[in-house]
Design a protein around this ligand. Structure first.
Ligand code: HEM
Length: 121
């Protein structure tokens, strides 16, 4: 399985969910979850799609398990962080803060790993 074949569909799914979330915020006039919407769109859509473009441009890396692992932990980190940030900004900071913290550490590891994959190619 290729890393890009995972990152593209999950990126599309993220932006569809993120846009529906944006529409819901606009219609309800409740923008309190805006930071979570922004993180889902920027980590889940923009970053994940960029990873897919890089991996597709480097087929040998795209086929490797390291790229697949990098995309996998990025998706996990994005979901955990988005839920955590949403809870923090919608009145449940006690449960949201640990999730936001764990999610942010996971995406930092994911970005360091991606940086290493890019630099050693
Ligand atoms: C149907 C599509 C979308 C709708 C209806 C929507 C709606 C919204 C709304 C209502 C806000 C809150 C604005 C405020 O309170 O000042 C917001 C903020 C934001 N959105 Fe979206 N959004 C959409 C798509 C996207 C996408 C695709 C991205 C990123 C690629 C994105 C990134 C952001 C960011 C970064 C903010 C925070 C802006 C700030 O800090 O002022 N949104 N969006």
């Amino acid at each position: 399985m290729r890393a890009s074949s995972i990152s593209y569909p999950i990126a599309i799914l993220s932006v569809v969910v993120g846009m529906l979330w944006g529409v819901h915020m606009a219609v309800s006039h409740d923008h309190s979850a805006m930071p979570a919407h922004a993180h889902l769109n920027l980590l889940g859509w923009v970053s994940l799609f960029l990873f897919g473009l890089f991996y597709q441009a480097h087929p040998a890396i795209d086929r490797g398990r390291l790229a697949l692992f990098q995309v996998f932990i990025w998706i996990v980190g994005t979901v955990v962080m988005t839920i955590g940030v949403a809870l923090v900004h919608t009145g449940s900071p006690a449960s949201g803060e640990p999730l936001a913290g764990i999610g942010s550490i996971i995406v930092i590891i994911g970005m360091l790993l991606f940086g290493w994959i890019v630099m050693r190619r």
